[in-house]
Design a protein. Structure first.
Length: 270
């Protein structure tokens, strides 16, 4: 049982709620923990977080009890290995469309005999070499680390049953890219996109796989009703934009009222 599965079990089988970090921001991470988020997504595909920063964020999140997920750009050995050495709970790779990609992810993320991960016995993932039993430590890392293949294209959807059947890797759904790939850019609630998501969830559950996604508030109910394991329902940029926009709108409204009131008073003066 990997750490995501353990967390879901400890949560009574209910969907875990997470927030994404697109920038290196320990303050946002701590605020998310204080608010009660249960997982942090560390973005390394589109964002500019470094591996050193990712390791720090994993360390901080572990201190709060939150799960950590690192998303890397691809299955290249250097990306998989360096991200795995940061010691995340979940390692996610986007744009998975072929079994070969999943096998490559497993090869570089799992120690032998499950894979061919290189040995670096002093990393955070390895507890800095403190455990004395190398074999036991490697097998514990294999068991605990959740690997996720992100299904978010029409090509991935066409082969989702085949991809889901590969042992040892769970699935993450990318609704925005999936919608775009199916010809419904920005319409993640389109019936065809929802049907595709339901197909992916069925494929995952048929193989007893965990399933995760991220979405906007308008789609929360859909995903929660599907009973997914992990839902990333916010991110640092969205929180800044929403709170900043709300406060600005309130201040502008009050300023407009004050200006109108001043004009009225000016008009009634003799």
């Amino acid at each position: 049982m990997n750490r995501l599965q353990q967390a879901v079990q400890n949560n009574g089988g209910r969907t875990l709620l997470g927030a994404a970090l697109y920038f290196y921001d320990p303050i946002f991470l701590e605020i998310a923990a204080e608010l009660g988020y249960q997982a942090i997504w560390i973005e390394m595909e589109h964002g500019h977080i470094t591996f050193a920063e990712a390791a720090d964020l994993c360390r901080m999140a572990a201190g709060t009890g939150m799960l950590t997920m690192i998303r890397i750009p691809d299955t290249q050995r250097a990306n998989v290995l360096k991200a795995a050495e940061c010691g995340p709970d979940i390692l996610d790779v986007p744009m998975i469309e072929r079994p070969e990609q999943i096998h490559e992810l497993q090869k570089f993320a799992r120690f032998a005999p499950e894979g061919a991960r290189g040995v670096f016995s002093v990393s955070r993932a390895y507890h800095y070499g403190v455990p004395s039993d190398m074999v036991a430590t490697q097998q514990a890392i294999n068991a605990n680390l959740c690997l996720m293949a992100q299904i978010e294209t029409g090509s991935g959807l066409e082969r989702v049953e085949e991809l889901a059947a590969i042992p040892g890797v769970d699935l993450f759904i990318g609704p925005a890219d999936l919608a775009a790939s199916l010809g419904h850019t920005s319409h993640t609630s389109h019936p065809e996109v929802k049907a595709a998501a339901e197909r992916i969830v069925r494929a995952a559950r048929a193989q007893s796989k965990s399933i995760a996604t991220a979405c906007a508030p308008t789609d929360y109910a859909f995903w929660i009703e599907l009973g997914i394991d992990l839902l990333f329902c916010s991110n640092d940029i969205a929180c800044l934009r929403q709170a900043g926009g709300d406060n600005l709108s309130k201040a502008r409204a009050l300023l407009a009222q004050a200006t109108a009131s001043a004009h009225r008073h000016a008009e009634v003066k003799p």
